[in-house]
Design a protein around this ligand. Structure first.
Ligand SMILES: [Zn+2]
Length: 476
C-alpha cells in the first residue's frame, strides 16, 4: 500500500537540515496555532527574550560579515523564532535563504572549516541553552496562574520548545520535575502531565514524541534500533527492532540501485505494531481508515512504513519500505500497478531470499510463482483492469482478487522493465520516465498515468497483452 502526502519544497534547505535531522524534534503541535498572548504578557516575554535574541542576532551578523552563510542563516532563523515581530530581519533572512538570488552569487561564500565549525557548535549550544532557560522562566510564570487557558497553553508550548532545544533523553529529578539539561527544570505538576502526554519511553529512556508517536497517544513505550540512515521502531521488543534494522541495512543498497538515491536527510522509517488490532486502531484514529485491511502501508508525511507483527513480516516490511523509498526519491504518485509492482520486486515472498545474514531481492518470477494468477492461459486480472485498477480498492472489496493484482503487478513490472522487445521496451521507458518526473498527484495519476500508457501503447496494445500473458505463463 502507498499513501503519499507531498512534502513542502523548502528553499534554504541547508539551514533547515539540522531541524529535520533532529529525531524527536518539532514537538509544538503541528497545525495548531500558538497561544496568542495579551499585549502586556507579550511585552514581558519580549523583555525576557530580547537578550537571547541579541546573542543569535549578533552572532549571525558576525558570520554574515565573515561570509559564513549556513551559520549566519541558522542564527538569524533562531532570532526570528524568538521575536517574529522583527520584520526587517525576517525579510533579510528570506533574501539570504534565496541562494539562487543573483545578488548573493556575487558574494563569495566560504565553506565550513574546522575552526569555524567548532566555534559555531559551541555558540549553538550556549545560545540554545540561554533560550531554553528563558523559555522555562516564561513557562513557569504562566503556569503559576491557574484558570487561564491561554497562559496554560503558552506555558506548555514554552516548556516543550525548551525540551526540544536541549534535546533528550530527559530525566526526572527527586521532586518529580523534568530536567531540561542545564537550562533548568519544569514544575512538578506540569512535568507529571507532560510525561504522560508529550513524552514516550524509547528503549527505556524518556524522549519527546515526534509526529508519528504523537498520533499514538495510547503507546507509552516503544523499542528502537537505528543507524544514521534507518530508524526502526517496534512495540514488541528491542530484538525485533534490531533484527529489522539488520534486514533494512542489507536492503538499503538494493533499493538505491533499483529505485535511485533518496533525496531526504530524514531516516528511512519503519514502525511495527504488535498486532492487527492496534494497527487498525491507529489507522482509524489517524486518517488512514482505508488502510485497515492492508498488511501495512507507507506514509510520506510521517516518513514511516507502517505494519504489524505477523507471519512473513520480513517481505511485508521490504514491500512497504520500498514505497517509502520511492516517495523519498520521486515527486510523482505512480499508477497503482506500477507502485505495487516495484514494491513487490523487493517484498514478494518469491522475489526475496533472506538467510544467514544475506539478502537477495529482485528475484525473477517463475512459472510456479505466477501460476495461481493464470486460468486457462488467461490472466485472472485482465491487463486493462491491471493498468487502470487500484490495489487498495481490491483489498477493500474482499473478493480475493487483490492477491492476483499484486502478483500480476509484480510480473508486469518485471516484464516491461526487462523486455528486449522493441515494441514494448522503448514505450515503457518513455512512460516510466515521464511518469516519475511528472509530479502526478494521487488523484491525477489514476487518469493521466493510465491514459498516457494507453496512448503510448495504443499501436501494440493487443500484442502487449498477448506477449505479457505468454511470458507470465512461462517467464523466460
Ligand atoms: Zn503496497
Amino acid at each position: 500500500m502507498a499513501a503519499r502526502v507531498r512534502a513542502l519544497v523548502l528553499v534554504g534547505v541547508v539551514a533547515i537540515v539540522p531541524a529535520l535531522l533532529a529525531p524527536r524534534a518539532a514537538a509544538q503541535g503541528d497545525g495548531e496555532k500558538p497561544a496568542l498572548l495579551d499585549p502586556d504578557t507579550r511585552k514581558y516575554e519580549l523583555d525576557v527574550l530580547k537578550p537571547v535574541f541579541d546573542k543569535y542576532y549578533e552572532a549571525g551578523s558576525g558570520y554574515y560579515e565573515g561570509s559564513w552563510r549556513g551559520e549566519a542563516l541558522w542564527c538569524f532563523e533562531r532570532a526570528i523564532e524568538l521575536i517574529p515581530e522583527a520584520g526587517g530581519l525576517r525579510r533579510f533572512t528570506g533574501l539570504l535563504r534565496d541562494f539562487d538570488n543573483p545578488i548573493w552569487k556575487r558574494r563569495k561564500w566560504k565553506s565550513p572549516k574546522a575552526f569555524v565549525e567548532a566555534g559555531f557548535k559551541k555558540k549553538k549550544e550556549q545560545y540554545d541553552q540561554a533560550y531554553a532557560t528563558a523559555l522555562l522562566k516564561l513557562g513557569a510564570k504562566y503556569a503559576k496562574k491557574p484558570g487561564d487557558p491561554i497562559l496554560a497553553k503558552a506555558a506548555h508550548e514554552r516548556f516543550l520548545r525548551a525540551l526540544e532545544l536541549v534535546g533528550g533523553p530527559y530525566d526526572l529529578d527527586a521532586e518529580g520535575r523534568l530536567v531540561a539539561g542545564k537550562a533548568g527544570t519544569i514544575p512538578a505538576d506540569v512535568s507529571k502531565r507532560m510525561v504522560v502526554d508529550d513524552l514516550v519511553l524509547i528503549n527505556g529512556k524518556r524522549w519527546l514524541r515526534d509526529s508519528m508517536l504523537r498520533s499514538l497517544k495510547s503507546l507509552d513505550s516503544v523499542h528502537e534500533a537505528r543507524d544514521d540512515r534507518i530508524l526502526v521502531r517496534t512495540v514488541t521488543s528491542e530484538k525485533q527492532a534490531a533484527d529489522l534494522l539488520a534486514l533494512l541495512k542489507l536492503a538499503y543498497p538494493q533499493y538505491e540501485k533499483q529505485l535511485g538515491e533518496r533525496a531526504t536527510p530524514r531516516p528511512l522509517g519503519l514502525f511495527v505494531f504488535p498486532d492487527t488490532s492496534s494497527y487498525q486502531e491507529w489507522c482509524k484514529s489517524s486518517d488512514h481508515a482505508d488502510r485497515t485491511l492492508s498488511a501495512g502501508f507507507a506514509t510520506s508525511k510521517e516518513g514511516f512504513a507502517v505494519t504489524f507483527a505477523q507471519a512473513r513480516l520480513e517481505p511485508i516490511a521490504l514491500h512497504e519500505v520500498a514505497h517509502l523509498w520511492h516517495f523519498d526519491v520521486y515527486a510523482s504518485e505512480m499508477p497503482s500497478w506500477y507502485a505495487e509492482g516495484t514494491a513487490e520486486f523487493f517484498g514478494n515472498s518469491a522475489a526475496m531470499r533472506y538467510a544467514e545474514g544475506t539478502l537477495e531481492t529482485g528475484l525473477k518470477p517463475t512459472r510456479a510463482t505466477l501460476a495461481a494468477s493464470l486460468s486457462d492461459g488467461r490472466l485472472r486480472v485482465p491487463l486493462g483492469e491491471l493498468l487502470s485498477g487500484d490495489a487498495n480498492v481490491r483489498i477493500n472489496a474482499k473478493d480475493g482478487s487483490a492477491e492476483h493484482f499484486y502478483r500480476e503487478a509484480w510480473a508486469l513490472y518485471w516484464f516491461l522493465s526487462t523486455t528486449k522487445d522493441v515494441r514494448f521496451a522503448g514505450r515503457f521507458a518513455d512512460w516510466e520516465n515521464f511518469g516519475l518526473g511528472s509530479r502526478w498527484s494521487r488523484d491525477a495519476q489514476k487518469q493521466s498515468g493510465a491514459q498516457l500508457f494507453d496512448q503510448l501503447f495504443a499501436p501494440v496494445r493487443a500484442e502487449l497483452e498477448a506477449a505479457f500473458t505468454a511470458w507470465a505463463a512461462d517467464p523466460q
